[in-house]
Design a protein around this ligand. Structure first.
Ligand SMILES: N[C@@H](CCC[C@H](N)C(=O)O)C(=O)O
Length: 428
């Protein structure tokens, strides 16, 4: 479920009797740029996309209308000047995401995250994810923390009340947890759980209400201003905990055909025998790698450098090694049912791992949330880490804390979500 072929003709022109006909679609999107440990995102609500169609075909003069082109019949209502707020198709979302994610011609990001209404009362919101190559992703661990902060900061109401009834007045309720529908199932975030770093720092009201006399006021104002600035800085980053669900063994193409398994994954727990997930993969005719294959809702191929000494690099070379060659090679290896993300790991201590990631559809990123979970699970399964304690996964952009809970067999991840700025972008 990775690639959505982008099949849009977003502009067209033809020449007949010397006349030049054209139709152009222009999208305007209000967005927020965020990142989670350096894995960067552009977030917006589905309804924040406005579309204008500019055409001279109807009367030979410049003309705008609200009709969509042949491939994408979006629905919408015009405000009279050709600007349309409407429901874009999945093809259009892929096209828009790829354009926005372009680091030279757009805003630039690893993934685009689109906030949508939940498809059922079982969840509160829906999160759509597109990699920067325009392919749709099933899950994004860093993205879901940013999603959760974006919902809370912008007080975006769910269309469902907590009891499952329709929230017809669209009233926002702060919830201790948010159920986020993704292509790989429902992920639960805990937006108010401040953990690590800024825990316990008090926030004051913006207008500093408790000023009583003038002398006192100046000091208080200074303090209040400082405090307000601190609040602003603190509110830019929040530490959010996420229940990332159950880890799975990732099945290969061969296994799927041999075992006739319908799904490309099967559930795993701490007792899972290593035979199921350890694989030897040839990256050249003479170089093979021992990998652990894990699904955290999306596919991961975890390579511990210490298990592959002499093959690609020593553990001490993690920071300097070129991961793009093997990353690309594995991403497109026929072994995988739908490509994969690749993690390169150095074990610093029992529960401290250093990781670099090659993401399918995005290349090397500064961090990967699902990747950090997959690495922690792989480390426990292969006896390098212990399950009863938190595992620190350090990536080039920051640290994520992972806990695999033996009781419910779920993986919990805590890490930062940071707001960078909000703006608007045109896509032509
Ligand atoms: N950065 C992500 C994962 C994004 C999707 C991935 N590239 C895929 O296609 O599976 C994360 O933080 O998990």
């Amino acid at each position: 479920m990775k690639m959505n072929q982008i099949n849009n003709d977003h502009s067209s022109s033809s020449s007949c009797n010397g006349n030049h006909d054209y139709t152009n679609i222009i999208y305007r999107v209000s967005f927020t740029k965020m990142h989670g440990a350096g894995n960067d995102f552009v977030l917006f609500k589905r309804e924040d996309i406005k579309r204008t169609i500019v055409s001279n075909k109807a009367n030979g003069h410049g003309h705008t209308n609200g009709n969509s082109n042949g491939n994408n019949n979006g629905n919408g209502t015009s405000n009279g000047n050709g600007n349309y707020s409407y429901v874009p198709s999945l093809d259009e979302l892929a096209y828009i995401s790829k354009s926005i994610a372009n680091r030279k011609l757009g805003v630039g990001c690893d993934q685009v995250i689109i906030v949508s209404d939940s498809p059922s009362s079982k969840s509160d919101y829906e999160m759509l994810i597109f990699n920067n190559d325009g392919s749709q992703a099933m899950m994004c661990g860093n993205g879901v923390r940013c999603f959760s902060k974006y919902i809370t900061d912008n007080r975006i109401p769910s269309i469902y009340n907590e009891d499952g009834s329709i929230n017809s007045d669209r009233v926002y309720h702060d919830r201790p947890s948010q159920r986020v529908h993704t292509l790989s199932g429902i992920i639960i975030t805990y937006p108010q759980k401040q953990q690590h770093q800024h825990e316990g720092v008090e926030e004051v009201e913006e207008n500093g209400k408790d000023n009583h006399n003038n002398n006192h006021n100046n000091n208080l104002n200074n303090n209040t201003q400082q405090q307000q600035q601190l609040n602003k800085i603190l509110s830019l980053t929040k530490f959010i905990k996420v229940n990332m669900g159950t880890p799975y063994i990732l099945r290969t193409n061969e296994e799927r055909s041999q075992l006739l398994v319908v799904d490309n994954r099967s559930v795993m727990n701490i007792n899972t025998k290593s035979i199921h997930f350890m694989k030897t993969i040839y990256v050249t005719p003479t170089v093979s790698l021992r990998c652990v294959l894990v699904s955290m809702g999306n596919p991961h191929c975890v390579i511990f450098l210490k298990d592959n000494q002499g093959s690609i690099a020593d553990e001490s070379q993690l920071e300097s090694m070129d991961i793009s060659y093997i990353g690309r090679k594995l991403e497109s290896d026929g072994l995988f049912i739908d490509s994969c993300n690749v993690e390169f790991v150095s074990v610093i201590a029992q529960n401290k791992l250093k990781v670099r990631v090659w993401e399918r559809g995005a290349g090397e990123t500064l961090a990967c949330g699902t990747g950090a979970c997959a690495v922690a699970v792989a480390s426990i399964l292969t006896g390098k880490s212990v399950i009863s304690e938190s595992i620190s996964v350090e990536m080039p952009g920051g640290e994520l804390i992972i806990d695999w809970n033996k009781e419910d067999n779920k993986v919990y991840k805590t890490g930062p979500a940071t707001t960078v700025y909000s703006s608007e972008v045109n896509i032509i």
